[in-house]
Every structure is written in structure tokens, then in C-alpha cells.
Design a protein. Structure first.
Length: 75
């Protein structure tokens, strides 16, 4: 009985391992040039938006207040 259970379990695990190896072989190895270009465009757009927000009057004043408070803190 033990050998029969072990054989069935081995067959099940072996089948799963083969399926995982087949799936890994089908996976794409990396991005293509167009995907890199879209990633760069998105990163630049995000950087521009972040720059505009940080350099706006309200945020700039708030950041300056935080830095001044940190520099004037008592130790």
C-alpha cells in the first residue's frame, strides 16, 4: 500500500514539475524595445508632474517650513 501511494504521489509531483517547466519555457524572456520606450515615456511624464507639484508655491513653502523646523529643533 505504501509503495502504491508513493508511486501515485511521485507521478503527481512529476506531472506538476513538468507543467511548471513547460510554462517557464513559454514565458517571455524580457521586454521588447517598444515596451522600454513606453516605460521611459511614463517615467518622464511622472517626473514632470512630480517636479511641477514640488515646485508649486504651496508645496515649496510647506517643504521650506519643514526644513526650517528640522534645523531649528533642540537636541
Amino acid at each position: 500500500m505504501y509503495q502504491m501511494v508513493r508511486a501515485r504521489l511521485g507521478a503527481l509531483v512529476g506531472g506538476v514539475a513538468r507543467a511548471v517547466r513547460r510554462q517557464a519555457a513559454r514565458r517571455d524572456a524580457g521586454m521588447v524595445t517598444s515596451e522600454y520606450a513606453m516605460g521611459i515615456v511614463a517615467a518622464v511624464a511622472f517626473a514632470v508632474i512630480l517636479y511641477k507639484v514640488v515646485t508649486s508655491g504651496t508645496v515649496s513653502a510647506e517643504l521650506q517650513g519643514i526644513v526650517k523646523g528640522a534645523l531649528n529643533a533642540r537636541m
